[in-house]
Write a protein that binds this ligand. Structure first.
Ligand code: ADP
Ligand code: MG
Length: 295
């Protein structure tokens, strides 16, 4: 019998630009039927219930309550609630990576959240600092701070935004200048590299597509591949996108910038000719057959 896989998205997802049919087609080739459902971002009490008894659920956004509900009902959720909780928070991610000795920019948080400019200068040896909110995406809440006025501006932005992201806090990072406007996005599925692209942006230090970055094909250096797989494993994700920065000099050759449990993938397919939905379908059909449950 066809296995039933639910893909759950927030209802803010643009219907025009999504990959629903792509998932449907890829999964059907592996004997799985895809149903797409949406949760209401405005209301925490989702009417989506486990009664539909899907064989597995793929979360295409962060909704820990909802995914926990499915897990409690004995349904396999990918990525697990726990792994999504860990990777959603950039501070938690950096703590886990540091504990595992996985190279990443040194990250500092302050009890008072926003330290004085003098303290920042002292703690980072007068070097440029990257400031971010712990929950964020698309490069929207990431700032390069090199002087007091930039810090004041970034702080204002974060203070304004933080209430809309309950639980988020600012973090401060070493700026990996050698990676300015460039990084490698690596997709990892089931512990293996599924694809990658080089992202670059001439107009910003941020390489996100949403910030004007472009994608290029790249042969993935072995060191970057190993790092991506280690980072994803540390967080317990099965389907993830990892941003890898270019280090060198005083830094390791590659550093993990971010691990994303809700990674987009269309660029990988366009640039690298990699079919991420098919790789995911193959992985899921295999792991569902083996009744491997990851709670
Ligand atoms: N510490 C850093 N050093 C150099 N560049 C960085 C650093 N942190 C972030 N960036 C740049 O900013 C981009 C966005 O940062 P990221 O932490 O991935 O936030 P988001 O979740 O918004 O994508 C990265 O893809 C990278 O290009
Ligand atoms: Mg990112």
């Amino acid at each position: 019998m066809m296995k039933k896989i639910w893909f759950l998205y927030p209802d803010t997802t643009p219907l025009s630009s999504n990959a629903f049919d792509w998932f449907r087609e890829s999964f059907s080739r592996y004997g799985m039927e895809v149903e797409v459902h949406f949760w209401d971002e405005a209301s925490p009490d989702s009417p989506l219930s486990v009664d539909g008894r899907p064989d597995a659920v793929v979360m295409r956004g962060y909704n820990l309550e909802l995914s926990r509900k499915f897990e409690s009902g004995g349904i396999r959720v990918l990525n697990t609630t726990r792994s999504m909780e860990l990777c959603r928070d950039k501070i938690t991610t950096s703590e886990i990576l540091a504990a595992r000795g996985i190279p990443a920019p040194r990250t500092v948080v302050y009890e008072e959240q926003y330290p004085t400019w003098e303290r920042l200068v002292e703690d980072f040896g007068g070097k440029p600092v990257i400031m971010k909110l712990s929950f964020g995406s698309k490069g929207e809440d990431v700032f390069l701070v090199e002087e007091r006025a930039q810090y004041t501006q970034a702080r204002r932005h974060c203070e304004k935004l933080a209430p809309a992201r309950p639980g988020s806090r600012p973090l401060y990072q070493e700026y990996i200048q050698t990676s300015c406007g460039r990084d490698i996005r690596v997709w990892v599925i089931g512990g293996k590299v599924a694809g990658c692209t080089l992202r670059s942006n001439k107009c910003s230090f941020k390489s996100n597509f949403a910030q004007g970055g472009n994608a290029h094909a790249i042969t993935l250096p072995q060191g970057a591949a190993e790092l991506a797989v280690r980072a994803v494993e540390a967080l317990g994700l099965e389907f993830a996108g990892v941003d890898i920065l270019f280090g060198g000099g005083e830094y390791p050759e590659f550093l993990v910038c971010e691990v994303n449990g809700n990674a987009g993938f269309r660029t990988a397919s366009l640039i690298g000719g990699v079919d991420i939905p098919t790789i995911l379908a193959e992985y899921m059909s295999h792991s569902l057959c083996q009744h491997k449950f990851h709670f």
